[in-house]
Design a protein around this ligand. Structure first.
Ligand SMILES: Nc1ncnc2c1ncn2[C@@H]1O[C@H](COP(=O)(O)OP(=O)(O)OP(=O)(O)O)[C@@H](O)[C@H]1O
Length: 253
């Protein structure tokens, strides 16, 4: 059987800031319904890659296609239409503390306008339930919740518009290992249940191994290794080995 057309394809993506080359020909392909994690050192360009896909940074060269449509160079309504396929879980959760939880969860649906409160509360309740949170928190403010609960609310917000693709930016940062694992489990079940395509950037190897079908490592502006998650600790690549084992000595200085 022919494999499905990829959902996202990066082809020869380059980006420099002044004299500093950050991305130096990134090639990557993600299938529909696949969960892929990009790992790499701090400053290796994971966030820049994500911002290029989101259309927030214009690469210098290369191509980024989503469902076969080029993102690079798109503006205005066209970019908005493509971006409507994306959901995003931000690193710091990025909830609005001036708004109650239910308005946070439905923010992308209302674009911040006050409309159809009863229906929005129902949608918020249903999405909170999917991430294991009770309707009792609907009227609380984000600051009244623990970091782990805030992350779940942020997850509920990311899935509420039922995006086709979700980006997870360091989803476990700032959580203790047990709460991090709860978030990993939730991401796995959401990706499965909703059939979304997921791209995660992380330094958390336990998280990458749990939530991704495949892992890709970014080093010196290129994807130097990609493989199934169960090969992460058995990649045969000295750069990947050093990184996943967190060793100071090795080819990465
Ligand atoms: N807007 C910008 N202007 C100038 N330099 C930038 C800009 N954005 C990113 N950089 C540089 O690009 C490099 C890669 O940054 P990036 O944030 O993508 O790394 P990262 O792999 O996501 O790191 P971390 O894991 O620490 O978040 C860094 O050297 C950073 O300083």
């Amino acid at each position: 059987m022919a494999s499905p057309a990829p959902k996202i394809v990066l082809d020869g993506v380059t980006k420099s800031f002044g004299p500093i080359s950050v991305l130096d020909g990134v090639n990557l392909s993600i299938d529909p319904g696949e969960s892929l994690a990009i790992i790499g050192q701090s400053g290796s360009g994971k966030s820049v890659t994500l911002k290029c896909i989101l259309g927030l940074i214009q690469p210098d060269a290369g191509s980024i296609r989503v469902d076969g449509e080029e993102i690079i160079g798109q503006r205005g309504k066209e970019l908005e239409r493509l971006r409507a396929k994306f959901g995003m879980l931000f690193q710091g959760s990025a909830l609005f503390d001036s708004l109650p939880i239910w308005r946070n969860v439905t923010f992308a649906l209302t674009q911040g306008h006050h409309r159809d409160a009863a229906r929005m509360r129902m949608i918020a309740e249903e999405n909170l339930e999917r991430v294991g949170l009770d309707a009792k928190i609907l009227d609380l403010r984000p600051s009244e919740l623990s970091g782990g609960m805030q992350k779940r609310v942020a997850l509920a917000r990311a899935i509420a518009p039922r995006p086709e693709i979700i980006f997870f930016d360091e989803p476990t940062t700032g959580l203790d290992p047990i709460r991090a694992d709860v978030i990993n489990d939730l991401i796995v079940s959401l990706v499965e249940d909703l059939g979304v395509t997921a791209l995660t950037i992380t330094h958390d190897m336990a998280s990458a191994r749990k939530i991704a079908h495949r892992v890709a490592m970014l080093y010196q502006g290129k994807i130097i290794w990609r493989g199934p998650r169960d090969r992460l600790y058995d990649s045969g690549n000295p750069y990947v080995d050093q990184f996943v084992q967190g060793r100071a000595d090795g080819p990465i200085s």
